[in-house]
Design a protein. Structure first.
Length: 537
């Protein structure tokens, strides 16, 4: 590695001019990246790490965003003072970016070939279509996309999350950049796919001698990929050094907090003599993917195959598996949230009562007892309703006879239960952090006093320390109200912290199931071993 920095960020400030005030997002940031090294910037959501990264390519919403002070030098040239023409020669050619969410980074109406080729044509306009096609296939092979030659005519929705991220990386590599900025590229991925993407980035870095600026909130990822690390809090870098130094001897209290925020502990055993609250036998879910002109199914996907499970009151069953394994579909089938023609269940009982083919009144009563917490709290909460209105909505539907005072008493209690404050009731969802929004989503279901909760990846979109807070909250609520959880996740560390037993799923089938100790200490199947290795190594 050369001693001369490839990138130098000096005293960088970023302000956003808002209607009511100016927001100081980044305050005096300094760091450098040398050729061929990986620097990780780590911090919670809102720390300013992504804004710092976007500043390097001048991708912020200017003129609303400004740089009142600071310089960004790339090979000795100040990027902030560059003309638009000079910036175009840097973007994609010298510095490329990989974004967090590949589905939103790609155009859903264009094929994979069109989108990668566009990058090539912009920077090398004399390239022929034949040359571009050859280069696109070459790039897709470099990132190990299966059946690359066939996949170039696919659309984004036809690929998995991990495959899409490979496409994004291929696009970023199109013009052999010297610096790759990777903004949370593995956060939305399953642990095994995450490991594959990290290994791919390290392989490509070694092959092309690239430098990488890696943005993340996860120190587990930092440990695997980074040479050096900067820790950001509230727009400032509070600590930096080699990865080994920062992880083994952290100096700043915020770094210590982030390192301690890994999810720890296990759930205390539930009462083994508790009654069975939910019993499901032979659940099957199929979806028709393609029909003939006359409506005859030509292609069928069996998303859930002959799965049976039984949950006792106060127990948590964790269901783990990669995206597409059928775990969320299984939960929705149990809650009868899928079209009836797609589901076939031999027997489904809640509190020893058959809940298949209920009438409207019975279904409404069942809905109160069996509630759902979604993965994305922002998407599941109405942006037009205050928190008070959101909590009242369920009470109005299921407890219409309660008066205003009684309803407010329940709202006060549930706000206290989830650790929020009463003065937050008149605010809207966008005014809260991701963790606070998930607390509101949990409060919305807990206020109805259900007996069973289906939790569909409720922590996957959150920072690690916020995940730990939500897990602690779910534990305390379960203990207080004797709740039963069916908990869906692709993260085994989350499953371990909250569950009594685990079902491991792949391709719609149960690969392995058992108690926490059985699955985590003596897994029998290779797939389970691979998931554990990707999570804890």
């Amino acid at each position: 590695m050369s001693n001369q920095p490839l990138l130098e960020v000096k005293n960088l400030y970023v302000n956003f001019k808002l209607p009511s005030h100016t927001f100081n997002a980044v305050k005096g940031v300094n760091f450098e990246i040398k050729k061929g090294e990986t620097l990780a910037i780590v911090g919670q959501s809102g720390s300013g790490k992504s804004i710092t990264a976007m500043s390097i390519l001048q991708l912020l919403p200017y003129p609303m965003a400004t740089h009142p002070r600071g310089q960004i030098f790339y090979n000795g040239q100040d990027i902030i003072s560059m003309s638009k023409k000079q910036l175009l020669s840097v973007r994609g050619n010298l510095i490329s970016m990989v974004f967090q969410e590949p589905m939103t980074a790609l155009n859903p109406l264009q094929t994979i070939y069109t989108q990668i080729a566009e990058t090539i044509f912009i920077h090398f306009p004399k390239t022929t279509k034949k040359q571009a096609k050859k280069r696109v296939i070459e790039l897709l092979n470099i990132v190990h996309l299966p059946r690359a030659k066939e996949r170039i005519n696919s659309y984004p929705h036809e690929l998995s999350g991990g495959q899409l991220q490979r496409v994004i990386i291929a696009m970023a590599l199109a013009n052999n950049p010297e610096l790759l900025i990777a903004d949370e590229p593995t956060t939305a991925l399953d642990v095994t796919v995450q490991q594959q993407i990290l290994e791919l980035l390290m392989e490509l870095q070694d092959k092309f001698k690239m430098a990488i600026l890696f943005i993340t909130h996860d120190f587990t990822v930092v440990r695997k990929i980074a040479d050096r690390v900067c820790v950001m809090q509230k727009g400032k870098i509070v600590e930096q050094g080699t990865t080994k130094q920062v992880l083994s001897r952290p100096k700043h209290s915020y770094t210590k907090l982030l390192l301690k925020s890994n999810i720890r502990g296990e759930k205390k055993s539930h009462n083994k003599h508790s009654p069975v609250i939910l019993d499901a036998e032979k659940i099957n879910v199929t979806f028709t993917l393609k029909k003939s002109f006359f409506g005859t199914p030509l292609s069928i996907l069996q998303a859930v195959k002959d799965i049976s499970l039984s949950i006792k009151q106060g127990q948590t069953i964790g269901i783990v598996g990669e995206s597409g394994s059928g775990k969320s579909t299984l939960g929705k089938a149990i809650l009868q949230l899928l079209e009836k023609e797609n589901v076939n269940i031999k027997s489904l009982k809640f509190e020893d009562k058959n809940i298949i083919n209920l009438n409207a009144k019975e279904t409404k009563a069942m809905r109160k007892e069996m509630q759902l917490v979604f993965q994305d709290p922002f998407g599941s909460l109405s942006p037009r309703m205050t928190i008070n209105d959101i909590l009242l909505e369920g009470l109005d539907v299921h407890f219409p006879k309660l008066n205003k005072k009684e309803k407010y008493s329940l709202i006060k209690q549930v706000i206290k239960d989830v650790g929020l404050k009463l003065d937050m009731l008149n605010r809207y969802p966008h005014e809260f952090s991701g963790g606070q929004r998930q607390c509101i989503a949990i409060a919305r279901v807990i206020i109805l006093r259900p007996k069973f909760l289906f939790l569909d990846e409720p922590t996957s979109a959150l920072d690690r320390n916020v995940q730990a807070q939500i897990i602690d909250l779910l534990r305390s609520l379960q203990k207080k109200y004797n709740l039963t959880y069916l908990f869906i996740s692709h993260d085994l560390s989350v499953i371990k912290s909250l569950s009594d037993s685990v079902i491991v799923m792949k391709d719609g089938e149960v690969v392995e199931q058992g108690t926490i100790k059985q699955i985590f200490n003596k897994p029998k199947k290779q797939y389970t071993k691979d998931l554990l290795k990707a999570t804890f190594d």
